[in-house]
Design a protein around this ligand. Structure first.
Ligand SMILES: [Zn+2]
Length: 293
């Protein structure tokens, strides 16, 4: 995108944020990638997961859709992947910059964040919990596959044990480390996608969306691709289509050479008159907004 057009669009976005009564942010993997946490790093993947690299996988993105493994291999991989994403990665400064924008530069503005990210970067950068809806939950806890209880158990100690005992030759954990429910003995799973507090969190988010019909709404999508378009991308397009007092900004880079990172900044025609596509890195746009807001 041409530089002068890019800056013009960022000005438009800044104006829309100033004028809005409500701001809805959608945060996808592209935001964390812009902040420095990428799932597409092939060098890191080869180094960290040589077993899978030798079997034709080439990135953590590539593993999201992978199903051809044993349960003990899956846990070994997930333990290490989550350790990297959630525990070894520090709170990323780009998220703190976004918080400064929303909480200081736009002090008092009513905002909500909907994210498909499970890396906990919003919580770790001290965003108020009630303002962030982690649609897919996160990687912090385990829950019962039989839903015999709403209890959850912290994954970190389990994860550390799994990593310490991973058998490198088979990239798997020993059978005896497979986690089981202390109540009913069923296998445990990560409290991810379908988790005990999903319904109440979704209801709170929906209530805010309803309330936002009272005023001007500015919707901003940062780095949302096609990994799970039903979480942010499609619902945001629908809200934009249904409402008259809305402005929609889609900020993402396209990845013409990547098989895994599929995102494009185009806007569907029916909402084009209320929307603006910014084909740029989310980090660049956020830093620019910080200068002009
Ligand atoms: Zn159970």
């Amino acid at each position: 995108m041409e530089q002068n057009v890019l800056y013009e669009y960022i000005e438009l976005l800044a104006d829309a944020m100033r004028q809005a009564d409500y701001i809805l942010i959608g945060a996808g993997a592209g935001l964390s990638a812009a902040a420095g946490l990428s799932f597409a790093d092939e060098t890191l993947f080869r180094k960290r997961y040589p077993y899978w690299a030798a079997r034709g996988r080439h990135s953590e993105y590539h593993m999201f859709s992978f199903r051809d493994w044993t349960e003990t291999q899956q846990w070994a991989y997930m333990a290490d992947h989550i350790s990297r994403v959630r525990f070894e990665t520090p709170p990323l400064p780009l998220y703190a910059t976004l918080k400064t924008l929303l909480e200081d530069k736009l002090f008092g503005k009513d905002y909500r964040i909907l994210t498909s990210n499970v890396d906990r970067q919003f919580a770790r950068n001290h965003f108020p919990a009630e303002k962030v809806f982690e649609y897919q939950g996160n990687y912090d806890n385990l829950c019962c596959t039989q839903q015999c209880t709403n209890d959850v158990w912290p994954f970190q100690p389990v994860m550390e044990r799994m990593i310490a005992h991973t058998i490198q030759e088979t990239a798997s954990i020993p059978d005896e480390l497979l986690p089981h429910c202390p109540h009913c003995g069923a296998p445990l799973r990560l409290a991810f996608r379908d988790y005990p507090t999903y319904d109440s969190e979704k209801a709170a988010y929906q209530a805010w969306l309803t309330q936002s019909q009272q005023g001007q709404l500015c919707i901003i999508e940062f780095g949302v691709g096609f990994n799970s378009p039903g979480v942010i991308r499609v619902p945001f397009e629908r809200i934009t289509q249904e409402r008259s007092n809305v402005k929609f900004f889609r900020i993402t880079v396209d990845y013409p050479d990547s098989e895994e990172e599929i995102a494009y900044p185009e806007i569907p025609k029916p909402i084009a008159n209320k929307s603006c596509s910014i084909n740029a890195d989310a980090g660049f746009v956020i830093e620019e907004l910080l200068k002009i807001l």
